[in-house]
Design a protein around this ligand. Structure first.
Ligand SMILES: Cc1cc2nc3c(=O)[nH]c(=O)nc-3n(C[C@H](O)[C@H](O)[C@H](O)COP(=O)(O)OP(=O)(O)OC[C@H]3O[C@@H](n4cnc5c(N)ncnc54)[C@H](O)[C@@H]3O)c2cc1C
Length: 444
C-alpha cells in the first residue's frame, strides 16, 4: 500500500519503520527541518544534546529494540544515577528505600506513612482503573500525611502537571510507582539510565539512513496542511506548498490540535474527544556550565523561594571514554501554554532560575553559565485529568482510510519514546487490518 504519515516524531518514525519492513511505500511529512519531534537534539556549547532531557531505562524495551535495529546499541552509555531532594534548606539523598527511611525533611511517622503509601500503590492497590476515581490531592495527603504531601508528593506532581495538579487522578501515580518497582524487580539494585553517546541525534540519523535504504520518503519542512476526502474517505495529503499526493491509507501522528486545522469537517463523538484534548506546554531552561552543578542526576526541589521543582544534570551521561563530559543541566516546567512560565520572556526566566539555583546549589554562580537556551513546546503531554481512560480516541477513525496515533492515547503510563514505539506497533496493526485494536499501556 501507499501510505502517508503526518508527523515524524517517534510515533511516526516507528510506524514508518514497521510499515516499510512489511513492504509498504511510505511518505513521512514533517513540519520541522528534521525528524524526531520532542526528541530532537541541538548544538549547545559545541556538543549535541537533546532539546529536552531524555534518558533510557532498562524497561524501555521497544526503544531498545529500535536502537538495536538501527545499529547504534554500542552507543549506549549506561550509568548508575542517583536522585536527591532539596527541602528545608538542605539536600537529602533520595534514591534507595534506605534513603527514604533517613529522609529528614519529614518526621519519622510521616516517613513510615510515605513508605506505606508507596508499598500500597506498588503491591496492594490492584488495578489502576479503581485509582482513577480518586484525586491525588485527596488520596496522597490522607495516606502519606499532610507534610509528606506538601514536601514530597505535591512538588513531584507539580513538576509534571503544573497548574492542574489538583485535578489529577491517582491513576498516573499508580503507573509511576509500578514503573519504579519494575526497574528494581529487574535486578537493578540502583537506578540505571542510559544516554546515546552524542545524543539522540545519532539514533535519528541512523533512522534517516535506514529510511533512505528502504524507500521511505521523508518530506522535511513540509507540514501537511490538509487531509483530502473523496466520498467521505481520506485519499490524500496536501502540503504547505500546495502539492497533493494520493495515498491508500493516512496515519496522523502529529499533536491533536493539528487535526482540526487539517480536517475542519471532522465532526461527531469520535472527533469531539480529540478536539476536547488539552495539552501541557513545556518550558525547559537548558544551561551548559563551566563547573559541575551536582554529583547526582536528578534533584527534586521543594522550596517556596525556588520557582522550579526539579533539575536534571547530564554530566554523568556525557562522560565516557575519550570525553571529559559537559555540565549540561535541564530545568523543566510543565504548564498550560497560556500560563507562566511558558509565557515568561527568556531573559526574566533565566535570571530568576539563576538566582534560585544559587539557593539549591550554593557553589553555583551565574558566571559559570557558558551558554543557555530556553526551549518551549506547546504540546509536550496531554492533560489526563479525571476519568481520562473514557475519553481516549481509538486508532481507527470513523473516516475510512484515516488513522490516528499520538501521545494522547498513552495512558495510564506516562508518555515516552518506548511507549511511542509501542503505540506505533498498534497503529500499524489497525491500519493494515482496518480493525479497531485494543491498546494496553499498563506498566507490566
Ligand atoms: C521535557 C521532556 C522530557 C522527556 N523526557 C523523556 C525521557 O527521558 N524518556 C522518554 O522516553 N521520553 C521522554 N519524553 C517524551 C518523549 O519525548 C515523547 O513521548 C515523544 O517524543 C512523543 O513522540 P510523538 O511522536 O508522539 O510526538 P512529537 O515528538 O511531538 O512529534 C510530533 C511531530 O509532528 C510534527 N508535526 C506537527 N504538525 C505537523 C504538520 N502539520 N505536518 C507535519 N508534521 C507535523 C512535529 O513537528 C513533530 O515532529 C520527554 C518529553 C519532554 C517534553
Amino acid at each position: 500500500m501507499e501510505i502517508g504519515i503526518i508527523g515524524a516524531g517517534i510515533t511516526g518514525i516507528g510506524a514508518a519503520w514497521h510499515l516499510a519492513r512489511k513492504g509498504h511505500r511510505v511518505t513521512l511529512y514533517e513540519k520541522e527541518g528534521g525528524i524526531g519531534g520532542l526528541a530532537r537534539a541541538m548544538l549547545l556549547d559545541g556538543q549535541y544534546v537533546e532539546r529536552y532531557y531524555h534518558f533510557i531505562m532498562a524497561a524501555d524495551t521497544y526503544l531498545l529494540e529500535f536502537i538495536r535495529a538501527m545499529g547504534v546499541e554500542e552507543r549506549l552509555n549506561w550509568v548508575e544515577t542517583e536522585t536527591q531532594f532539596f527541602a528545608n534548606g538542605r539536600m537529602y539523598r533520595f534514591t534507595s528505600p534506605l534513603d527514604l527511611l533517613r529522609f529528614g525533611a519529614i518526621g519519622p511517622v510521616d516517613r513510615l506513612r510515605l513508605i506505606g503509601t508507596m508499598l500500597y500503590l506498588t503491591k496492594f492497590a490492584g488495578s489502576w482503573k479503581k485509582m482513577e476515581d480518586r484525586l491525588a490531592c485527596r488520596f496522597l495527603p490522607a495516606w502519606g500525611g499532610r507534610r509528606t504531601w506538601d514536601i514530597v508528593f505535591r512538588p513531584m506532581l507539580d513538576m509534571k502537571f503544573g497548574d492542574l495538579t489538583n485535578e489529577m487522578s491517582m491513576a498516573w501515580m499508580w503507573a509511576r510507582s509500578r514503573m519504579v518497582k519494575q526497574y528494581r524487580e529487574k535486578g537493578v539494585a540502583r537506578e540505571r539510565r542510559a544516554w546515546v553517546k552524542g545524543s539522540l541525534k545519532v539514533l535519528l540519523e541512523a533512522a534517516e539512513a535506514w529510511f533512505e535504504g528502504h524507500g521511505v520518503t521523508v518530506k522535511r519542512h513540509q507540514p501537511a496542511e490538509r487531509i483530502l476526502l473523496e466520498d467521505g474517505r481520506a485519499v490524500g495529503v496536501c502540503d504547505d506548498g500546495g502539492e497533493v499526493r494520493r495515498f491508500d491509507r493516512i496515519l496522523f501522528c502529529a499533536p491533536s490540535p493539528e487535526l482540526r486545522r487539517m480536517l475542519p469537517e471532522a465532526e461527531g463523538p469520535y472527533f469531539d474527544r480529540i478536539h476536547g484534548q488539552q495539552y501541557y506546554g513545556v518550558t525547559c531552561v537548558v544551561m551548559a556550565l563551566s563547573e559541575p552543578l551536582s554529583p547526582r542526576f536528578w534533584t527534586y526541589v521543594s522550596d517556596p523561594r525556588v520557582p522550579f521543582v526539579g533539575a536534571i544534570d547530564y554530566a554523568s551521561f556525557t562522560q565516557y571514554e575519550g570525553h571529559t563530559g559537559q555540565n549540561v543541566i535541564y530545568i523543566p516546567h510543565y504548564s498550560l501554554p497560556a500560563c507562566a512560565p511558558y509565557t515568561t520572556d527568556d531573559e526574566t526566566l533565566v535570571a530568576a532560575y539563576a538566582r534560585a539555583l544559587q539557593i539549591v546549589f550554593p557553589r553555583f554562580d551565574a558566571s559559570q553559565i557558558r551558554e543557555v537556551r530556553v526551549m518551549r513546546n506547546p504540546n509536550s503531554s496531554i492533560v489526563c485529568a479525571g476519568r481520562y481512560s473514557e475519553r481516549i480516541p481509538g486508532i481507527r477513525t470513523p473516516i475510512p482510510s484515516l488513522y490516528f496515533a499520538n501521545l494522547s492515547q498513552i495512558y495510564p503510563q506516562d508518555r515516552g519514546l518506548s511507549v511511542g514505539l509501542k503505540l506505533a506497533g498498534y497503529a500499524v496493526e489497525a491500519l493494515e487490518s482496518d480493525r479497531d485494536v485494543a491498546m494496553d499501556f499498563t506498566p507490566y
